[in-house]
Design a protein around this ligand. Structure first.
Ligand code: SF4
Ligand code: SF4
Length: 261
């Protein structure tokens, strides 16, 4: 998700060991928070907008740009970097560092590790295999430090495991969308995709203030959870996306909604 300049193409396993430490006294501190592209996940946006105490609409408007991925036709939110030559992240302060550190996006948590997913054809169908790689940028001096990690202990320490669990279903549906024979999203579906992925406050209004619950069968407990808990609402958004993208019949119209033939 970072726009990587130096990627070491070796595939790493969860138990691969490496030495790294990032701290305020290091000479390169905050250098990695400029000149990057950071694609956001739904849980990134949820955490950051709450950290800032603003709505998802305000957050998306002020801090992100939307880009359509040419290959998949999905619209993704990217952090809006500064207009200056350094393209600095809006949340970095020199010399103090990240002002939203405990709510920073998952890509920032992984750095200097990159994540990728490979699609493999196996007997039972297509499977997705996740793997990791090192991002080694010249300015990053953390590799010269002595703290030892495995990929797994790094993910755990940085809170990336929790983020991955929160985003797992969303990431899975992005991969499946690239399967042959699945049509591109038209502009209307792209708008819905963006809303259900990132714009939780608007999605909440869509569910509770439109005719949505009159049209679709949704379990009462699930409706109540969505009212109380934003993570439940976000996860319902993933279900809605699968329906929207015609992957799975995750939602069912109520009887009598469609006119009889
Ligand atoms: S460049 Fe590397 S060591 Fe320096 S602040 Fe960023 S992650 Fe830490
Ligand atoms: S969100 Fe924080 S850690 Fe990530 S690039 Fe911005 S300042 Fe750096």
């Amino acid at each position: 998700m970072f726009n990587m300049k130096v990627v070491q193409p070796t595939r790493l396993d969860p138990d691969t060991r490496f030495k790294f430490r990032c701290h305020k006294a290091i000479k390169c501190f905050t250098r990695c928070c400029s000149n990057i592209d950071i694609m956001l996940t739904p849980y990134d946006v949820l955490r950051m907008k709450n950290r800032l105490g603003i709505t998802s609409e305000e957050f998306l408007d002020k801090y992100t740009i939307m880009r359509i991925d040419q290959k998949s036709s999905h619209p993704y939110a990217y952090l809006r970097m500064g207009d200056d030559a350094e393209r600095r992240c809006p949340f970095v302060v020199v010399p103090d560092g990240c002002t939203i550190y405990s709510d920073r996006p998952v890509s920032c948590r992984y750095y200097p590790i990159g994540q990728a997913t490979l699609k493999k054809r196996e007997k039972g169908g297509i499977v997705h295999e996740e793997f990791y790689f090192f991002i080694r940028e010249e300015h990053c001096l953390g590799y010269q430090e002595d703290t030892e990690w495995t990929i797994e202990s790094w993910r755990d320490d940085q809170g990336a495991l929790h983020y991955d669990e929160m985003n797992r279903e969303w990431k899975e549906l992005l991969m499946r969308r690239n399967l042959p024979g699945q049509p591109e999203l038209d502009p209307k579906k792209q708008t819905q995709f963006f809303m259900a992925s990132y714009d939780l406050d608007r999605f909440r209004r869509y569910i509770f203030e439109s005719r949505f619950l009159e049209l679709f069968e949704v379990d009462e407990d699930e409706v109540e959870k969505m009212r109380q808990d934003e993570v439940a609402l976000m996860k319902f958004g993933f279900k809605y996306l699968k329906y929207l993208m015609m992957m799975e019949q995750t939602l069912k119209l109520k009887d009598g909604v469609l006119p009889k033939q």
